[in-house]
Design a binder for this molecule. Sequence first.
Ligand code: NDP
Ligand code: GDR
Length: 374
Amino acid sequence: MTKKALVTGITGQDGSYLAELLLEKGYEVHGIKRRASSFNTQRIDHIYQDPHMPNPRLHLHYGDLSDTSNLTRIIQEVQPDEVYNLGAQSHVAVSFESPEYTADVDAIGTLRLLEAIRFLGLEKKTRFYQASTSELYGLVQETPQRETTPFYPRSPYAVAKLYSYWITVNYREAYGMYACNGILFNHESPRRGETFVTRKITRGLSNIAQGLESCLYMGNIDSLRDWGHAKDYVRMQWLMLQQDAPEDFVIATGVQYSVRQFIEWSAAELGVTLEFSGTGVDEIATVKSVEGDSAPALKTGDVIMRIDPQYFRPAEVETLLGDPSNAKIKLGWEPELTVQQMCVEMITEDLKTAKRHALLKQHGYELPVTLENG
Ligand code: NDP
Ligand code: GDR
């Protein structure tokens, strides 16, 4: 029997990689996409299947995590074996701007799905994965963070995800559902949203190298994160639903770096050596040397990074470092890609795009480069 999976957030970074993986494994994949005023399926266009052709295995449904009847109807129609709840307002800084919306989608959205599964009598059939997060640890109580580390959320996003974490545990305990949390640490890729820090850096520096932008404006570059590759992490999401019994797992690499280091690696990949000087809001990064031909627009002495306090958060998560031992032992998981390899992959993709734009510009066909940061 072909297994059916329903993925919320299929148009996002993780949703796109997970959909690829599930299709490879022979699943019939159903995804929920939001109505938008312009196309929002770029990350999954390469796996789109024409519904007019025989036996398509990828199906998209319009929907929203804020809409109970819509979610209930989709679950009733699809009768999924597995639900992956990846949909969310996932930007921590934005959650301070839109706290109520974030709570509705990231907290109550999870309840809506769980309750729909129960209401439809699918609680013994449908397995449920909740995209939990290292942001739950916030002001860290123990290092490294593991499954038993106490939570201390530091943003409306993290507080909403805390509700989702516990409601998932509660439905497992109350109704015997196969429901579990993946407590995933930051994971990135060339498909990462442009306003998360790694992608902001690789895209911004690639544009600067090609003369499309002049300076990267950053927030807290002392922040420490445990970064992995999204491709490695979606394998875990699937694995967590294939066990004999549901269990919550921390997924991380166990290695931590600063945002400043990520800026240095990205610049180095473009052949640019940087010198950081100044402190606090006055810190800048200046070009020390340029090698190769990836950064024709740059010369020694150019200032290509400054701090803009608008990117500081009202409450910051300064440091996160995960202990993935449990996942390694019980699920046999090892990440295949290092953060450095991931950085190279992200720069390679963003540089390709920047070069294309620069070439068009040279020939008088300037494309607007979106500078909205975040
Ligand atoms: P993205 O921001 O790339 O994707 C989020 C997805 O959710 C998009 O498909 C988005 O749709 C969709 N979405 C947003 N709001 C709604 C809504 N109201 N109803 C339905 N769908 C909605 O996130 P990631 O892929 O990076 O992350 C996936 C999940 O994992 C998220 O829940 C995130 O919070 C969580 N997480 C992510 C980590 C990471 O480092 N990436 C780490 C830990 C947890 P659209 O494309 O239309 O915007
Ligand atoms: P995070 O990711 O908040 O950890 O949440 P993000 O990449 O946004 O920030 C990481 C760290 O970098 C610092 N930072 C900046 N961040 C952004 N976005 N822009 C900047 O200019 C900037 N300068 C410094 C931040 O302050 C922070 O400390 C991500 C999301 O994917 C969540 O959905 C997920 O749950 C967690 O990772 C785990």
